[in-house]
Design a protein around this ligand. Structure first.
Ligand SMILES: [Zn+2]
Length: 142
C-alpha cells in the first residue's frame, strides 16, 4: 500500500511535470520551430509542487487509512473522473467558443488547478494498483 511519502512524492512530481508541460505547450513557436524556454515560469512550476502535495494528500486526509477498507467516495474512480471534468469545465469558463487545449491552459491559475487535479489522480492511480484497489463510486446505496 503506498504510504504518505509515496503519494506526496508522486503527486508533487506529477504536478511539477504537468505544469511545465502545459507552460511549454503555451510558449510561442519561434521562426526556427523551437520555443523560447527562457519564458518558462519556474516560480509557477514550484507553486505547482505545493499544489501537487495538497492534491495528492486530499484522498487520505478526507478518508484516513485507519482500516484496510478506508477507501470510499473520495478514493473512487468516478469522483476522480468527475472532478477532472469539473476542473476542465471550470478552466474553460468565460473563454470563447471553439476552444482548443491551449485556450484552456493559457493562464497560470488553470495550469495550477489542473496540476493539482493530476496529483489527486496520481493518488487514486497508485491506490488502484494495490490488491484492495479503489471503489468505482464508494457509496453505500442501500
Ligand atoms: Zn489513499
Amino acid at each position: 500500500m503506498p504510504n504518505y511519502r509515496a503519494h506526496a512524492l508522486t503527486g508533487m512530481s506529477t504536478a511539477f511535470v504537468a505544469n511545465l508541460g502545459m507552460q511549454y505547450a503555451c510558449l510561442p513557436v519561434l521562426p526556427d520551430g523551437s520555443r523560447d524556454l527562457s519564458k518558462l515560469d519556474f516560480v509557477e512550476a514550484f507553486l505547482a509542487i505545493g499544489v501537487g502535495l495538497v492534491g495528492a494528500s486530499l484522498p487520505d486526509l478526507l478518508e484516513p487509512a485507519s482500516s484496510p477498507n478506508h477507501r470510499k467516495f473520495f478514493h473512487s474512480s468516478l469522483l476522480a473522473g468527475g472532478t477532472t471534468g469539473g476542473v476542465v469545465k471550470y478552466c474553460m469558463a468565460g473563454k470563447t467558443e471553439n476552444l482548443n487545449v491551449k485556450d484552456i491552459i493559457s493562464d497560470p491559475g488553470s495550469r495550477l488547478l489542473l496540476a493539482g487535479q493530476a496529483a489527486y489522480y496520481s493518488h487514486i492511480l497508485l491506490d488502484a494498483r494495490t490488491p484492495k484497489g479503489v471503489p468505482l463510486l464508494g457509496l453505500k446505496l442501500c
